[in-house]
Design a protein around this ligand. Structure first.
Ligand code: CAA
Length: 379
């Protein structure tokens, strides 16, 4: 593995850090408290090229590699994980999926607006009874000749009300099981498509998460992604890359909380000295930093595998599994280092702790990552 970043990768990292530090801190507590979608911030992120980083310039993207994407995701997540999940879904799931498997018409139609931040996208796989067991799709896409008739409900959809383009996974031929599933592009204003209530979440509260209802929604055949029956494989491929983005998000949450804990430990005094002079705190800081560095290496390994066209299902799942654990542990410790201050909102670490939890759940729980890893090992 080459640990030397290129000048371009370093420039992307610096730009993301600069943007996050100067534009995301302001209002982050209020956005979290009031579940306020970061509309202005996402628009700016689109203008700066963070919403379609890996898409080819031909479709308005940045043409960057996955390593650059990981570096940017970490920096944005160090301040506001709500912004980074919106960014991650748009980049890894929607834009990447469309560019890799979409038709030329689909790419031309959607990618330039998705990459510029003019619109955002959503990825709709989870259902009331199909989260981890993704083959159990109850949403149906009945083949009506020139179109599909979409019926069903999706749950916990990131960008649920703010998206304009939805990639919806649905069952067309139940007898074919996962080989009968399709992925369809559904536009927001299509008749019969209703956005349900917004979820009141523990963390990433600035992002909007909704259930979606489809009742006899007519989706033209040209909106199908890939061949008939490719939908489940499409979802698996897209999620394999998405996990690298969420691993980088978890890494950023951990490093953001760590940086605050480190700073606080040098300011706060107890028993006559800064608390950083106490070994109890030093040990915590050492553990946090070691785990974060290890998580970063796994994230970069997975990103590099993807950039080198090496199978990244295992390395991406390992990165997500480990980084999300580190995010959870580090943020809990960051609250502990802050003592009573850590328990109040002004000091940010309680928000990082709440945000960390979702990284062990979405785009496959930690248990699902272990299934993916062990399957690769046992192949
Ligand atoms: N890449 C490509 N193909 C894959 C694959 C991968 N990583 N994993 C499985 N497949 C293929 C298999 O090869 C198989 O194809 P064939 O039958 O044609 O050979 C097919 O998919 C079915 O495979 P399995 O029998 O192994 O499937 P399974 O039912 O046992 O489940 C699973 C596999 C990995 C557990 C899968 O169901 C899974 O990933 N579940 C978690 C889903 C998930 O991440 N949900 C999160 C929702 S999205 C989200 O959270 C977004 C957000 O808001 C941020």
């Amino acid at each position: 593995m080459d640990f030397q970043f290129t000048e371009e990768q370093l420039a992307v990292q610096a730009a993301a850090r600069d943007f996050a530090q100067s534009e995301l801190w302001a209002g982050v507590i209020e956005r979290d408290e009031h579940q306020k979608f970061p509309a202005e911030q996402i628009k700016k992120m689109g203008e700066l090229g963070f919403m379609g980083m890996m898409v080819s310039p031909e479709y308005g993207g940045g043409g960057m590699d996955t390593v650059s994407y990981v570096l940017a995701m970490e920096e944005i997540s160090k301040v506001d994980a709500s912004c980074s999940v919106i960014m991650s879904v748009n980049n890894s799931l929607v834009c990447w999926g469309l560019e890799k498997y979409g038709t030329e018409e689909q790419k031309q139609k959607y990618l330039p607006r998705l990459t510029s931040g003019e619109i955002i996208g959503a990825f709709c796989l989870s259902e009331p009874e199909a989260g981890s067991d993704a083959t159990m799709q109850r949403t149906t896409a009945e083949d009506m000749g020139d179109h599909y008739l979409l019926n069903g409900t999706k749950n916990w959809i990131t960008n649920g009300s703010t998206a304009s383009v939805y990639l919806v996974i649905a069952q067309t031929n139940p007898e074919l099981k996962h080989r009968g599933i399709n992925a369809l592009i559904v536009e927001k204003d299509t008749p019969g498509f209703v956005v349900g209530l917004k979820e009141n979440k523990l963390g990433i509260r600035g992002s909007d998460t909704h259930s979606l209802m489809f009742t006899d929604v007519k989706v033209p055949k040209e909106n199908r992604i890939g061949e008939d029956g490719f939908g489940f494989k499409f979802a698996m491929h897209v999620l394999a890359g998405g996990r690298i983005g969420i691993a980088a998000q978890a890494l950023g949450i951990a490093s953001g909380a760590f940086e605050l804990a480190l700073k606080y430990s040098k300011e706060r005094k107890a028993f006559g000295v800064e608390i950083s002079k106490h070994q109890a705190i030093q040990f915590k800081l050492a553990d946090m930093a070691t785990n974060i560095d290890a998580a970063r290496l796994l994230c970069l390994q997975a990103a590099q595998d993807k950039d080198n066209h090496v199978d990244y299902a295992k390395s991406g799942a390992m990165a997500k599994l480990f980084a999300s654990k580190v995010a959870m542990e580090t943020t809990v410790e960051a609250v502990q280092v802050h003592g009573g201050y850590g328990f109040v909102k002004e000091f940010h670490v309680e928000r990082f702790m709440r945000d960390a939890k979702i990284t062990q759940i979405y785009e496959g729980t930690s248990e699902i990552q272990k299934i993916v890893i062990s399957r690769e090992l046992l192949k």
